[in-house]
Design a protein around this ligand. Sequence first.
Ligand SMILES: Cc1ncc(COP(=O)(O)O)c(C=O)c1O
Length: 545
Amino acid sequence: MANRLADIRADFPILERSINGNPQVYLDNAATTHTPRQVYEVFEEFYTRYNANVHRGIHELSHEASTAYEEAHDRLASFIGASGGRRELIFTKNTTEGINLVAYSYGKNQLGPGDAIVTTEMEHHASLVTWQQVAAQTGADLRFIRVDAKGGLDLEHAKEVIRSDTVLVSLAHVSNVLGTVNPVKEIIELAHDEGARVLVDGAQSVPNRPVDVEAMDADFLAFSGHKMVGPTGIGCLYGKEHLLEEMDPFLYGGEMIRHVTFTHSSWNKLPWKFEAGTPPIAEGIALGVAAEYLEDIGMETIQEHEEGLAQYALEEITARENVEVYGPDVGAERTGLVSFNVEGVHGHDLSAMLNDRGIAVRAGDHCTQPLHDVLSIPGSVRASFYIYNTTDEIDRLLAAVDVAPEELDGYLRSDRFHPSIHQHACTPSNEGGLDSPTFTKHSAETACGDDGEFYVRVANDGTIEEVGFESESCAVSTAVASILSEEVLGRSIEEIAELEGRIEALLEGEFPELRRDCVTGPEEVMREGAREYLEEATANQLGQH
Ligand SMILES: Cc1ncc(COP(=O)(O)O)c(C=O)c1O
C-alpha cells in the first residue's frame, strides 16, 4: 500500500487544505472519513445527466436512475458477502437507522416479558439506547456482556448472559473507542445455540476489513456510508432474506407498497418493502462507487495499512508515561484507532490545541458514555486512521501531544481568550463541595467528556449566598465555572433561572468560536439547576396547600 499512498491521497483534494496555517492531519476517521473524487463526482454526473425519481417513471432518466440505484444495492451486498444480492440489502440513513429498523420491525414484535436482549458494555449509543428503549417498551430484560481489563469482551460472561430466554444479541464488531475486534463469529454461534438472532453493528468494521456476513453467520449487519469514503445520509442494513420476508415494514408510505385499497395494503418485494418514500438516490449510487473504490485498493490491504498505523501509534503513545491508553495492548488485534488521555490536559483542551496545528482528533465520550463509566473516565481523546493516513502524520500528532502539557498555559494566556480565563484556570474561586447545599446540579456534557457539579446554598431571602463547584471539565469550562461561581453570589435564584449570555458579556466575547460550548456550558448547568430548584419549591408549596 505504501507505494500507492500518494495516488490514494491525490484522490482526496480535501487533504490539500491547510488548517490554521498547517498541513491538515485528519485523524477523525472513526467519526467520518473523507470522500474521494470518484465518489463525489457521482453527484455531478447524477444531477447533470440522469436526475429523476426511481421505480416510478417509464422514461429514460428514471430508468437510468433506477438501474444505477438498484445496482448499487447489489454492489453493497456483494461487498459484505451477501449472496441474496439486493434482496438482503436495505439502504438506510446510517447505522443508527439500521439498528432502529431491526428494533422496530423485529425486536418489538418478537420481545416481551420473560425475554432478553443481550448487548455489550462497549456499545455505541446507537445500539445501547435503542435496546434500552425496546426493553422498556416490551418488558424484556436487557443484559450486558462485560468488558474485561484488556478492553475485550469477557467470553465467560457472554456464556452466562446469553441464555435460552435471549431473543436478540446486538453487538459491535469493532469498538469505536477501544479498537477491539470482537469475536463475533464465536458470539453468534453462542447466540444461535440458544435460538437467538444476532445484529452486528459493523459501523467500525465494514470500512476497514473484509466482512463476510455469511462466513460469520450474522442475521443482521448495519453500517454507514460516511465512514467508508461514501457520502453522508446513506447506510446499509443487511438481513437474512427469510427474516426480512417475515418482518413488518419499518416505515410506511410510497415505494414500499405493492397494492393499496382504502382498507388494506400489501408490501413491495425486498428490499423496497423497507425503503419507504423517495430514497437517497444519488447517495446510494455514490455509496456503490465508494465500495468499488475500497475494493480496488483491497480490503485486506486496507486492514493491514490501518492496523500498521494503529500499532505504530500505540507503541509510541504507550511509551509515554504521562499518557493513559485504552483498549487492547500493543501486539493484540486492533483496528485503526487509539484512545487516550494526557495527564493534566483535558481532552477538549488537547483537541483544541491540536487543531491549532492542523490536527483533527475527537475528544469526548464518542457516544459511549456507559463504557467511559466502566473505564472510570469522563472522556477520552481518539485518533483514528484510514487509508490516506501516514506514519509521518502520527509523528506530528505525537510531537504535539508531547508539548501539550507545557503549552496549555500559553494557550490559555493567548490573546484569543479574555485574561480572566487564564487567571481563573490557574487560581479557581470556590472550588470544592459545600456542606448541606440547598441544591446541587450535576453536569455531564457528553460531547466533550465534561463532568462537574455545582453546589448552591440559597439564603432565606432567595438570594445565592454560597457556591462551590467540582470539575473534571476542560480548563476553559473550569475557569468559566469559577467566574460564574463569583458572578451569581448575591443574585436572586429567579435571576439565575433566567441567566443567559452573562458570561459571554463578561468575557467581552474574547474566546475562540470553537470553544463557545465550553464558555456557555456552565451557565446552562447553573440555569437548569436554578429552574429545577424553583420548580421543586413551587411543587412543594402546592403540596402544602
Ligand atoms: C460502533 C458504532 N456504531 C454506530 C455508530 C453510529 O453511526 P451513524 O452515526 O452513522 O449512525 C457509530 C458512529 O460513530 C459507531 O462508531
